[in-house]
Ligand binder design. Sequence first.
Ligand code: ARG
Length: 235
Amino acid sequence: ENGEEADGENTIVAGTAPGFPPFQMVEDGELIGFDIDLLEAVVDETEYELAEWEQLEFDSLIPALENENIDVIAAAMTISEERQEQIAFSDPYYSADQSILVQSGGDFQPESLDDFDGQTVGAQSGTTGETVVRDDLIEAGIVDEDDYTSFDNYVLAVEDLESGLIDAVVLDEPVAATFEAERDVEVAFVYETGEEYGFGIRQEDEDLQAALSDGVAAVEESSEYEEITSTWFGE
Ligand code: ARG
């Protein structure tokens, strides 16, 4: 927009991992979603300019940030202590728990993780859903390691669930609700994890981190946050 910024100093590249509706998905070849609109609105509040969006697999986002292929992650990424050893985050912009998704009207209708005995389960590689499977199902001795499938994205996991190849999928609650509305799957129960999403940045990019956090606050204070929420969550 502003010729003075065309020197590239303040130009940033964003990375995301589509297939996570309504936060990021590709429709008719176009990258759309809550995180796309929100990051664009947030960056508009700053001195930075968003040059382009890179689409990657979720578990490639942190390496791409560290390699400087991208400068910011906008991928419904949960702020976690483990990730904070590698990267920094903006202030949080959305809260979520995990949900257990099963086939609509199927035989497996669990009410808690204890009901998973002998079942097969899927999640996306590198996600907090996968952490629930590993820590609270496999480590807990409820599900066999061999009965877990790690998927490149949640669309593939939901397709295997619909066709009965797996019994359940663990994923973020707002995304599970979207799949429930659009596909032949339903939420069995919500597993409370109290997660918060933040934009990921390199630890040394403190100016960008501060600018994005200020931008999140500004967008939340204006009517924009509500507008973007209503666009993607219909309320
Ligand atoms: N919030 C979860 C996490 O941080 C899942 C994010 C998955 N995002 C995506 N774009 N596929 O691990």
